[in-house]
Design a protein around this ligand. Structure first.
Ligand SMILES: Nc1ncnc2c1ncn2[C@@H]1O[C@H](COP(=O)(O)OP(=O)(O)OP(=O)(O)O)[C@@H](O)[C@H]1O
Ligand SMILES: [Mg+2]
Length: 283
């Protein structure tokens, strides 16, 4: 494995291509509504307080796009200015928009549903996002990717994106039976991407979100996850909070309940950084 990573590094150095230094974190699970967009948006915001972040919306619902821009008319406002066009062109640069200092975004909209058709007609492979991001990877410390609730190209492409700075996955879990059974399928997909395109892909952990503290089955679910996937569960549990739910309405700037809304995410991001640091590929 070390040899494969080293040869990737050598290849990029010999080709004179920009170093692929950003640390990539993809949020995913094929079960809907497990807080992928909320968590990837808040994580992007928190990381950007100290480091350079590029957030990428790989879901045609455009929830991360709306969350970070406050714009809901995504079809018109971002017409032909999205991650779809970036992938087709193989270059992210013209499609990056500035959200605030240290925080950029590549938006999406409903037309992302046509991605498989474009990939087929243009002969693009599952490393298409990799090629798209190569020119900008050196410009960011973090690339945070939101994915849709499906095991489609939109999820496989981020998982197949290699970086010398490391490529990590956060698996979202809402404590439900449906999500519980989606986890092994997602892990299988991670293993496939790792084998084919992304030798240093690492599962950073499973993040419990939206846990209803009164739900009787929580303890059982926590134990089952520990047993099935030892050491993968993040210690932080994101509990349901009305202030967090209101963030896409109120935004981050001048939001009087921001501190409350971010309460569980601050320790999560700290834990994520520690886990990523431990798995950092040796240069
Ligand atoms: N910590 C939280 N407290 C309260 N509400 C939350 C929290 N996290 C997410 N939500 C709400 O739960 C719903 C689902 O969250 P979100 O859209 O982030 O999930 P998702 O996994 O991205 O969904 P999808 O699979 O459709 O993309 C949203 O209405 C969101 O506002
Ligand atoms: Mg979402």
């Amino acid at each position: 494995m070390i040899r494969v990573v080293a040869s990737y590094t050598l290849l990029y150095t010999l080709k004179g291509v920009s170093r692929l230094t950003a640390t990539i974190v993809t949020f995913g699970i094929s079960k809907g509504g497990c807080s992928k967009s909320t968590s990837s948006g808040i994580t992007s915001y928190l990381l950007s307080q100290e480091e350079r972040v590029l957030a990428i919306d790989m879901d045609g619902q455009g929830n991360l796009t709306s969350f970070l821009t406050g714009e809901y008319d995504i079809c018109n406002v971002f017409e032909e200015k999205t991650v779809l066009e970036a992938i087709i062109e193989g270059d992210a640069r013209p499609y990056i928009i500035r959200i605030q200092e240290n925080l950029d975004l590549i938006p999406s909209n409903d037309f992302l549903a046509t991605l498989p058709r474009h990939m087929y007609s243009k002969g693009l492979k599952l490393n298409a996002l990799q090629k798209t991001l190569e020119p900008v990877m050196k410009d960011y410390d973090w690339i945070i990717i939101d994915t849709p609730p499906s095991l489609s190209e939109q999820t496989i492409l981020p998982l197949s994106t290699y970086s010398e700075g490391g490529s990590h996955v956060v698996i979202m879990f809402d404590g439900s039976m449906f999500a519980y059974y989606a986890i092994p399928k997602f892990i299988e997909m991670v293993e496939g991407a790792k084998e084919r395109y992304n030798p240093n892909l690492n599962t950073a952990g499973i993040l419990f979100s939206l846990i209803d503290s009164r739900a009787k089955e929580n303890e059982v679910m926590l134990e089952s996850i520990e047993e099935d996937h030892p050491n993968l569960k993040f210690d932080t549990i994101i509990k349901r909070k009305a202030s967090t739910r209101r963030l896409p309405i109120a935004g981050f700037d001048g939001n009087p309940e921001l501190k409350n809304a971010l309460e569980y995410y601050i320790p999560f991001v700290k834990e994520l950084k520690e886990r990523v640091e431990q798995k950092q590929p040796q240069g």
